[in-house]
Design a protein around this ligand. Sequence first.
Ligand code: R5P
Length: 304
Amino acid sequence: MDTSMAVLAGPASVALGAKVCEELAVTPTVYDARRFPDGEGQIELGESVRGRDVFVIQATSPPADVHVMELLLLADACRRDGAERITGVIPYLGYARQDRRSSRRSLGARVAANVIDTAGLDRLVVIDTHTPAIEGFFASPLHHLTAVPLLANATPVRDDSVVVAPDLGAVKRARQYARLLEVPTAIVHKTRLDGEAVEASDVIGDVRGRAPIIIDDMLSTGATIAAAVTAVRARGAVDPVTVVVTHSLLVGHAREILPPLGLAAIVSTDTVAIDPPANLRFSSVSVAPLLAEAIRQLHVTRPW
Ligand code: R5P
């Protein structure tokens, strides 16, 4: 049996997948991703993965529905070709924010987890999901990696820095950064009004005369960051204002509302393939070494 590693860089993660392969000194497995005139996708492997330990790297980033389906097709092609084991490496897990149901809404995180569980993946690797409790939504074993130390290393810190959690959900993560950066914390009280509108009503902690480092798991439309920046400035925070997030989606009005904030830097990672606008001081830390190390450790030639 050939238990050698095969790494597929899915359509949502081509550049990151290539970097991971470079780290691992393997050639990405070739496949063809087609789209038929009616919009349906199809994957055809360009080489055999029979008996191999396969890692499929595919973020379920926007458009999440398309990227989830591509992940399922990639996994299916590998399984039908006789892969020995298949690991889904999902650098950014979409739908994770829909982890609670209110009113008569669907529960997206559960639905996405159920669908991914049917893909024939033996296990999953994810990075900084919206909530660690997401693991309980999946039947498949899930390995949760964090980019926090990588980001903390890349964050410029000053004597007057304060780490700011832009909402209550970010408090734990902010405390983790604050410990690593050895600076105090503050918390913004945020209320989400709809998909693109939030309201920051209060700031807990002292930000006066301090340079904020706003920490979150992700930057999507930028509404949370914009509200947090306005709130801390209104309470006397000073420049430079730095934003640190694992995942940057830059959807909706993000490209319009972020530049006027005059941020000193947005420090993020390459979990999501985006093209940041030139008028944003955006710096990207690659998670490729983190993923490559996880793959190295998970790649075993014996049953696991
Ligand atoms: C929400 O709980 C998340 O942690 C982020 O704060 C949020 O998803 C960011 O989204 P947006 O950039 O659209 O405000």
